[in-house]
Design a protein around this ligand. Structure first.
Ligand code: ADE
Length: 226
């Protein structure tokens, strides 16, 4: 997979790709991530990328011209399966969306700033608008990092224990059951006996029951039981 990220703040989004699982995915050659500094496509001697909005009102809008130039240049290099705009007006990211996007070849992600991008860029190029939640961030970069993390870890081979990503919360529509590690007894706080029993089938059933219990308690909306 190749991911191209368009941003005015490349330094804000670099570090998540330089550690842990995302770094490993890149080093293994399973994903390529390219940052593009939109300022380099800015207008005039100030490399301007934003301007006042027509009709008045507070806040700047990211201009069409620098974005159009950069998007056009990238599209000349390859075909994109998705051109994503990170915005609070988008569809809220969920695991299903991450699964779907993790199967794509080429993805472009545009990080908005200020009041957002000129609507014409959205009309012309954007195939999907994604929000990471009902709150407003200062820009799309952190949202893009969240999106990339959610989908890169799903690319086969990125996580060495293949089953690990499959048993995550949400992957089967349920929250994950509780997990424990050594010691079995910490100052009287004990690990449930069943997990020490060695009965794999019983452990599996216990985990499933706990996953349902936790989901029913915390996220009944995921169960569609009513
Ligand atoms: N940009 C600003 N707020 C955002 C959000 N909640 N999700 C994605 N991108 C954003």
């Amino acid at each position: 997979m190749r991911i191209d990220i368009i941003t005015v703040l490349p330094e804000l989004i670099k570090s998540p790709f330089e550690a842990s699982i995302l770094k490993r995915g890149i080093e293994k050659g399973l994903v390529e991530v390219h940052m593009h500094d939109l300022r380099k496509y800015g207008l005039n001697k100030y490399n301007q990328v934003d301007d006042y909005q027509y009709g008045g009102g507070a806040g700047m809008v990211m201009m069409i011209e620098p974005l159009d130039k950069l998007i056009h240049e990238l599209k000349e290099g390859r075909e994109y399966d998705e051109v994503i705009y990170m915005t609070p007006d988008g569809v809220t990211l969920n695991q299903g969306m991450a699964n779907h996007l993790s199967l794509k070849e080429n993805i472009m992600i545009i990080c908005g700033h200020y009041k957002g991008i000129d609507q014409r860029v959205r009309d012309l190029y954007i195939t999907r608008e994604i929000s990471i939640g009902d709150y407003v961030l200062s820009g799309g970069e952190l949202g893009a990092a969240v999106l990339c993390d959610a989908l890169i870890r799903l690319i086969p081979g990125v996580i060495s224990d293949e089953t690990s990503a499959l048993t995550d919360s949400f992957q089967d529509g349920l929250l994950a059951p509780p997990v424990y590690t050594r010691p079995a007894d910490y100052k009287g706080h004990k690990v449930p006996d069943i997990l020490l029993s060695g009965h794999l089938k019983a452990i599996e059933e216990w985990r499933e029951e706990k996953a349902f219990e936790r989901t029913r308690e915390r996220r009944p909306d995921l169960l569609n039981e009513d």
